[in-house]
Design a protein around this ligand. Structure first.
Ligand SMILES: NC(=O)c1ccc[n+]([C@@H]2O[C@H](COP(=O)([O-])OP(=O)(O)OC[C@H]3O[C@@H](n4cnc5c(N)ncnc54)[C@H](O)[C@@H]3O)[C@@H](O)[C@H]2O)c1
Length: 435
């Protein structure tokens, strides 16, 4: 099938590469000319395990190409995926300016019937807006389908090629048939393609992210109580997660969730509720608990240093919002850096892949150094703050860590290390919801 993907970011590039890998002819469009030029040279602008090989194979076998020209790209495509960003506006509503611009460009380019697919996460009813924007530019018939994406950065290829389910929101049989053909190769093991109306499909995406974020906030709130009453949130988690009714995913206490999806999707659901006179109280509480959690972590650091971080230096291990990605959107590390600096402290930073992105967002200063390695970050530091649980941070050479740090103090924002082991190694250790 001929497919066009508008927006070649984390979602668009993965979707395009995966559809090309299953034999389709895919053209990926991005308005960022430097991104397109890099992709044409085989340089992948983001870090995502397995993506580079997939893209190179698609390009070499002439099934995957890149352009900045939407109108040309969509002319021959049967199915057009919209995968542009939908970031939060200050009022919490998703900013649809990129989706509108992309829809109008598509409208101006299409000839004949097309299936237009909202892959971007969009507010309830956005399928109607996309249809309106396209209709304002062309009289060609289109069906706008809602097909939310559930991939996770860091395991995006696997998630896309082996989805738990595919949600397709459409009232059009013709569009559903095309979508089923496209996704057929990815659901051969029997995982369902769920057909529903577009509103329910749009709501499903927000519901999933809000529910998962609520689980994390629930654990974070319990972790604060564990700290007060002397429990261990990790043991509580194990006790909960072995209950099959609860399951084991998204139950980890830590410094709070971040990323490009949870914070903005929750904000969108809360504001959608508000504009429809429905109070989304549970989700609002999850939002509040998440904001508090970064402060909770900082307060542990402040308490250990008698409330005074001035002149102190902290090694931060991990900047990306989670491991295996270079994505820094809403990353807890960014807030922590600001909090420490605002208290007069300095930071020495290390992340296996997100350093370049971070350097652009927060340039180095006298109090903010980007370091060559995790051990380099420890040099001259008063304590280690573990912020993102990259594999390479799991079992460091603790003797070496101790010999470099000014004081053997470790603040573990992800409960990665065993408190008893850390104490045995001669460290003072602070976890989240565990002594
Ligand atoms: N990143 C994730 O893990 C994830 C998961 C599921 C769903 N989503 C949703 O998918 C959507 C895309 O997210 P992302 O993380 O891939 O965003 P992104 O910012 O990485 O990529 C968006 C791309 O769209 C391009 N773009 C913007 N306007 C354009 C236009 N008019 N024509 C062509 N290109 C245009 C941008 O240059 C950018 O490269 C969002 O709605 C997001 O909520 C993201």
């Amino acid at each position: 099938m001929k497919v066009a993907v508008i927006g070649t970011g984390y979602v668009g590039l993965v979707a395009g590469a995966c559809f090309a890998d299953s034999g389709n002819e895919v053209i990926c469009v991005d308005k960022d000319a430097s991104k397109v030029a890099a992709l044409r040279q085989g340089t992948i602008p983001i870090y995502e395990p397995g993506l580079e090989d997939l893209v190179k194979r698609g390009v070499a076998e002439h099934r995957l190409s890149f352009t900045t020209d939407s109108a040309a790209a969509v002319q021959d495509a049967e199915v057009i995926f919209m995968a542009v960003g939908t970031p939060s506006r200050p009022d919490g509503q998703p900013d649809l300016q990129y989706l509108e611009a992309a829809s109008r460009e598509v409208g101006r380019g299409i000839r004949g019937y097309k299936v237009i697919v909202n892959k971007s996460t969009v507010p309830i009813g956005a399928h109607l807006k996309v249809a309106e924007w396209i209709a304002a530019e062309t009289s060609e018939k289109v069906d706008v389908v809602s097909n939310p994406e559930f991939l996770k950065e860091g395991s995006a290829i696997d998630d896309f090629l082996k989805p738990d389910r595919v949600v397709i929101g459409t009232s059009s049989d013709a569009a559903f048939e095309k979508m089923s053909l496209l996704y057929g190769p990815f659901v051969r093991q029997g995982n369902p393609i769920l057909r529903m109306d577009p509103v329910s499909a749009e709501m499903t995406k927000y519901a999933c992210n809000s529910f998962l974020a609520t689980r994390i906030s629930f654990m974070n709130e319990l972790s604060v109580l564990c700290d007060r009453v002397g429990g261990d949130i990790e043991l509580v988690r194990k006790g909960m997660s072995t209950d099959v009714r609860i399951g084991k995913h998204f139950l980890y206490a830590g410094v709070g969730y971040g990323g490009s999806c949870f914070p903005k999707d929750i904000a969108a659901l809360v504001t959608t509720g508000r504009s429809n006179d429905v109070k989304m109280g549970i989700i609002e509480a999850a939002q509040d608990a998440n904001l508090r959690q970064r402060q909770v972590f900082l307060e542990k650091v402040l308490a250990a240093f008698d409330g005074d971080l001035s002149g102190k230096t902290f090694a931060l291990w991990g900047l990306a919002f989670k491991p295996n990605t270079d994505d820094l959107r809403e990353a807890p590390a960014l807030t922590l850096i600001e909090m420490i600096e605002s208290q007069g402290g300095s930071v020495r930073l290390f992340d296996p892949v997100a350093m370049e992105h971070c350097r652009k967002l927060l340039p180095p200063t006298k109090t903010r150094k980007y370091c060559e390695s995790s051990y380099d970050a420890l040099a001259g530091s008063d304590a280690l703050l573990l912020v993102t649980e990259w594999n390479e941070f799991r079992t460091p050479d603790w003797n070496r860590v101790k010999s470099i740090l000014i004081r053997p103090w470790v603040f573990d924002g992800r409960n990665l290390y065993d408190p008893a082991w850390m104490k045995k190694q001669g460290f003072r250790y602070w976890g989240i919801g565990r002594a």
